[in-house]
Design a protein around this ligand. Structure first.
Ligand code: SF4
Length: 341
């Protein structure tokens, strides 16, 4: 029987060695991804959001096995993905394809658009060779390009059209999961909406699952049913889109939402807005306790001492904050009621 779960990632860590300070300084480790667990069911879309440097792209690259995981477990469609040897990995990659951030650099400028889209089918021996050109023409139509544009080179397309070529290339292997890394951040706002609408349409028509990475909550809200928020290599909150925007529980999520005017529509008016001061601490020298404590207006002594685990709440949401209680109130409301009591 096929499980509903397509991707299951548990306690994924990606640590790098950092340069020593001075000749005899201690060895240091960058905790780029520091214990991420997430899952995606078939046909669902999970957004992964956070500031630059939060580890979301490294998480995606580790899931794709483009960077080595230090430890953890990844199950993709019933296969233990991290344990596959090179030959098995090539076949398994049919199921998981990536759409890259930059439609300018991710396409080979010397190849025609049709050859770029056909290439994964040739490399993975998908369909009979004589059928592949017809499939390329079909894929061009699926993503809103004209089949006769197959003979053009990437520089003859606009940015939005190039991203459509990237999407067609990803679809060529008939994947079950698309990993989209900031797929519209390099595009003009008007073009972003067109590409996002295309992705939503493809998701519903083809039943695709997506891991959608973005620093922009407004973009994620447009595409994803569930959203996980990352801060300094860890997920600090995960919820369905409606609950997350209506009532963010983690102070970092509140701050992110309050920084995007369009994202505030539909959020609770009582939800206190937080302006983030300062930068995240270095992922090299992680402070003890909650990594958000240095920027959090609600931090108490315990926050600087003990690291909050990502706990499951009765509603199924997950949050890593000592002050979010079982009644699922954000720290400002929980603290107010404690003071009133
Ligand atoms: Fe703020 Fe403490 Fe919650 Fe961290 S654990 S988000 S510092 S209240």
């Amino acid at each position: 029987m096929t499980s509903d779960l397509l991707l299951d990632v548990r306690d994924l860590k990606v640590h790098f060695s950092a340069k020593r300070v001075g000749l005899f300084g201690p060895r240091r480790t960058v905790h780029a991804v520091d214990g991420v667990s997430l899952s995606i069911t078939r046909g669902a879309t999970l957004g992964l959001v956070g500031e630059s440097g939060s580890g979301k792209t490294t998480t995606a690259q580790a899931i794709m096995r483009l960077v080595p995981a230090t430890s953890g477990f990844i199950d993709l469609d019933g296969q233990s993905f991290l344990e596959l040897d090179a030959a098995a990995l090539i076949q398994a990659r049919r199921k998981i394809q990536m759409i890259f951030q930059d439609p300018y650099s991710s396409l080979n400028p010397r190849r025609r658009a049709g050859a770029i889209v056909r290439e994964p089918m040739d490399r993975m021996n998908i369909r009979r060779a004589e059928e592949r050109d017809d499939r390329v023409a079909e894929l061009f139509q699926v993503v809103g390009l004209r089949p006769e544009q197959r003979i053009l080179f990437p520089h003859q397309f606009s940015g939005g059209q190039r991203q459509r070529i990237g999407i067609a290339r990803a679809l060529a292997t008939e994947p079950k999961l698309l990993v989209c890394d900031e797929p519209v951040s390099a595009l003009d706002v008007a073009i972003q909406a067109q590409v996002l609408n295309l992705m939503r349409r493809l998701q519903s028509q083809l039943g695709l699952s997506m891991l959608f990475i973005s620093h922009d909550l407004g973009v994620v809200r447009h595409v994803c049913q569930d959203i996980a928020v990352m801060y300094l290599g860890r997920i600090v909150e995960q919820a369905d889109r409606v609950s997350l925007f209506r009532r963010p529980l983690h102070p970092y999520t509140s701050a992110l939402i309050s920084s995007v005017p369009s994202a505030r529509i539909g959020s609770e008016p009582r939800q206190k807005r937080i302006k983030l001061e300062g930068d995240p601490p270095s992922p090299i020298d992680l402070p003890p306790g909650c990594s958000f404590a240095g920027r959090c207006p609600y931090a108490v002594d315990r926050c600087r001492r003990d690291r909050p685990e990502l706990k499951m709440l009765p509603s199924g949401r997950r949050v890593a904050c000592h002050l979010v209680d079982a009644d699922e109130r954000p720290p400002d409301q929980a603290r107010l009621s404690t003071q009133a009591g």
